[in-house]
Design a protein around this ligand. Structure first.
Ligand code: DGL
Length: 273
């Protein structure tokens, strides 16, 4: 196989919070980021729709030369990853790989909590899939998991309202509903890649003893480990330190916002699906 870039996929801007950390830890590789801004949010959609959209984007990334694709989206990881890995990949690209963001996060969460009570804030789709409680139970059967869906948070981020005073109402409301489920929660996972953009506001409404986990650094360091263990995949990841960005919406709009989240100027191209 000819070497190609590592694909990083999200429904929109959120995956940039993961991508930024991946590039920090693994700057030598080439990357292709794809945001499906035209069809997000994914978090409110059915299994079939999320699966269909995700498979379409992953297939495009393979068509553009990617050999490894990271679903930098919890909703897609919860609703589409397993089917793509088990059912589609053997037919469409048997030598390529698709990885998600939920499992690497659940592998460490039980090492951080002291009370054994963990909260998950995520989209309705991720919460409804119960992927977090199921995966956490495999690694840490004694840990109790409480979940709260935050349906307004992704629209706040996508419409650039995440820093506005209006955002406070929805952030406070969802956090209150999570903490009402157990006063002993001491660790909260931001189980949606859009949520780190709300982190400073989230922390304003949380007692200081609660640890908030964002996924960027966790996913990036797990990817470092994965590439060390899977040398056959590492060998087909090209290494020129280049990043390319694609969006299914207007590139001009994407670039303005993506640059802020990514911390560097972004020049995207339109991808027609
Ligand atoms: N960023 C995605 C996630 O991690 C979902 C956002 C959406 O609802 O589109 O779940």
């Amino acid at each position: 196989m000819k070497p190609g870039p590592i694909g990083v996929f999200d429904s929109g801007y959120g995956g940039l919070t993961i991508f930024k950390e991946i590039v920090k830890q693994l700057p030598q590789y080439d990357y292709l980021y794809l945001g499906d801004n035209a069809r997000n949010p994914y978090g409110i959609r059915s299994y079939e729709t999320v699966y269909h959209y995700t498979l379409e984007c992953v297939t495009h990334l393979f068509g553009m030369g990617c050999r490894l694709v990271i679903l930098a989206c919890n909703t897609a990881s919860a609703k589409a990853l397993r089917t793509i890995q088990e059912r589609d990949l053997p037919y469409i690209q048997p030598e390529c790989r698709v990885l998600g963001v939920i499992r690497p996060t659940t592998e460490i969460v039980g090492k951080i909590t002291r009370s054994g009570k963990v909260g998950i804030l995520a989209t309705a789709g991720t919460v409804g899939s119960r992927s977090y409680p199921i995966e956490i139970k495999k690694f840490f059967p004694e840990v109790q998991v409480f979940q709260e869906a935050c349906p307004m948070w992704v629209p706040l981020v996508e419409s650039n309202e995440h820093d506005s005073p209006g955002a406070d109402y929805f952030i406070k409301k969802s956090i209150g509903r999570l903490l009402d489920q157990s006063a002993e929660i001491d660790t909260i996972v931001l189980g949606c890649t859009h949520y780190p953009l709300l982190l400073h506001k989230i922390q304003q409404f949380l007692p200081p003893h609660i640890t908030v986990l964002s996924q960027g650094e966790i996913i990036a360091s797990r990817l470092v480990d994965y590439l060390q263990r899977h040398t056959e995949i590492e060998a087909v990841c090209s290494k020129n330190g280049q990043c390319a960005f694609y969006t299914t919406e207007y590139p001009e709009d994407f670039d303005v916002k993506a640059g802020v989240f990514f911390g560097q100027t972004v020049q995207s191209k339109h991808l027609a699906l």
